[in-house]
Ligand binder design. Sequence first.
Ligand code: 2RA
Length: 328
Amino acid sequence: MIVPTAPVAPTTPMRGPLAKLERLVERLHGAVGTITLQLLRERGYSDVRVFASARSAGKQLGGTTVEEATPDALSAGDFDLCLFSVGTSASLELVPHAVHGGAVCVDKSAAYRLEPGIPLVVPEVNGIRAAEHQGIVANPNCCAIPLTCALKPLHDAVGLERIRVATYQSVSGAGAQAMERLRAQTPEDNDLRMDWSFDGVEFDEEEKLREETRKILELPALPVSATCVRVPILVGHAEAVWIETTEPVSAEQATSILGAAPGLRLEQFPTPGGAAGGDDVLVGRIRKDTTAENGLALFIVGDNLRKGAALNAIQIAELLLAQQRVAA
Ligand code: 2RA
């Protein structure tokens, strides 16, 4: 339930389902924070306050003066809803202050995603869970979001037995500085990277993809095997997915199921270039995997900064407000 804690008249009229909210706060961090601000503007939210570290405080960002994110500022009770995009350790430090001040926080870091009792939400997949929050709703990993958008309708129709996934993740997933490095390098410098922390067996990105997919789909024992790599592309995460289903499903049936699912758009050959800048998760290359009983293969691509992060978080916020409206 979102209840304005310090009603202030919006400075200019807002439109859309967040119009009742008096305050939004976004603490910026690199590429995702910038996209969040852009999407909020596009969707008509004009009364937005932007917070960052002391280093960035006072700077102008899109006509807004950046404020310093201090515990006092966040806990003062001025905010209905906070969107955090600050990384795990800063989220662990700052989010509780905003919750204490009465805000509902949508957190894009990994800090709370697997915490029992904290909803991990993709609105098209398990939006109903958002209402169970105790002040925090977690936004999933940028590959788990598009993957679960594609898996959920298949699970509902024919059941899931096993998932294998290989990702091709763009450098924007590593932040704005990584994008600058790619822009500055020559094609000869381009290479795959694996720039996540490694435990000797797998990268934490692969663990996140497995565990978050299980939590979102509420299938805690689902076998999920992931291999993640980063490719020299600016925006757009692609995933090759091999699925084993409980019931047999033809490529034509799977295409029809996926084509009717929310948030997905069928494309014969989805690419990061085709997904970048858009809201849909693109799904294509849908075909039988003849190496497995009831095997299905497909290829999905999403804009990791939008649906993979900023857009999903805003959709969660809009869902929270819609749920409040239904209850009112
Ligand atoms: C990545 N999952 O692409 C991250 C985005 N934060 O590495």
